[in-house]
Design a protein around this ligand. Structure first.
Ligand code: PMM
Length: 288
């Protein structure tokens, strides 16, 4: 999933694609580079961001959704609002990516149920402007699991087909860097929920923090190497969809993983407690 934010203030690509023609051009580039879907967002979710009026969100995203859909690019709409999701689906979007997991708009479940489209249900606790106040967990992985399941139940009760739901732990949404790393390192526990997983780590500040040299934090566009490493490890742990800014770097990294696995030995022996000794011949795929 390639990221295309048509906002003035997103942390990485904010302000670059405000002119619809430029946004469409970039979306075509992302698709040409190998993104299976281009994710269009018209409202920044960066920590501290304030909501934009619905009319403004519609004004930003609709021409871009239309422009890309008309050129045959599968488009997802990144929104917390049912009205925006509905309009984008009508304009040609094929998937709803809701970082609020349906909590941002009580009408979202009805909209997704009626549209019968895939829906990304993200773990979320509060609007961006003060989400940091909600970053308290006992065991973050257990809590995120439980809260995702509650949301899934609520959506299914409202008529959403569970088979169309993709789960996302919501890295950075009311999470500290430590929480993000725990969620990534224990993705297998989220896999047990039985739904496809989406991971959105691309260029996020926990990677900036990881790469910082003292107080010198690298800017978002210098975090693609770390993003690619996370993408490979997440794919290895069973992530099905990676939401990224740098599509070629991600695809290169995933090709390395595929070649490695095709050669017969998985680089991670997840469910095999004892890796084979170097002198043992590995004849089949190793379960993960
Ligand atoms: N993160 C952002 C925006 N949308 N959607 C999903 N499903 N998961 C995410 O982690 C996610 C998202 C914020 O990042 P951006 O400013 O680069 O779009």
């Amino acid at each position: 999933m390639g990221v295309l934010n048509v906002t003035p203030d997103s942390f990485s690509d904010g302000g670059r694609y405000l002119v619809p023609a430029r946004a469409v051009e970039h979306g075509l580039v992302l698709a040409g580079q190998g993104a299976d879907v281009v994710d269009i967002g018209g409202e920044s979710t960066r920590p501290g961001a304030r909501p934009v009026p619905v009319r403004e969100e519609l004004r930003r995203v609709l021409p871009v959704v239309r422009g890309l859909a008309a050129r045959g690019v599968p488009v997802s709409i990144d929104t917390m609002r049912a009205r925006v999701a509905e309009a984008a689906l009508e304009a040609g979007a094929v998937l709803v990516n809701d970082v609020s997991g349906g909590l941002g708009d009580p009408d979202m479940a009805r909209c997704v149920a009626a549209a019968r489209v895939p829906y990304v249900l993200t773990h979320w606790r509060a609007p961006s402007r003060d989400m940091h106040r909600f970053a308290g967990y006992g065991d973050v992985v257990a809590d995120v699991r439980t809260e995702l399941l509650h949301r899934l139940d609520a959506l299914v009760a409202a008529g959403v087909d569970p088979d169309r739901v993709i789960l996302d732990p919501g890295l950075g949404f009311a999470k500290t860097p430590t929480h993000n790393w725990q969620l990534l390192a224990r993705l297998d526990e989220l896999r047990e929920l039985g739904r496809p997983l989406l991971i959105g780590a691309s260029r996020k500040s926990f990677l900036g923090r990881l790469l910082a040299d003292g107080d010198a934090v690298p800017p978002p566009e210098h975090r693609d190497g770390a993003t690619a490493a996370v993408s490979v490890l997440a794919a290895l742990a069973g992530a099905d969809c990676l939401r990224v800014h740098d599509v070629p770097g991600t695809i290169a990294a995933l090709r390395v993983l595929a070649a490695w696995e095709t050669a017969g030995v998985s680089p991670m022996f997840r469910s095999a407690p004892t890796p084979p000794r170097p002198d043992e011949t590995v004849t089949g795929p190793i379960p993960r």
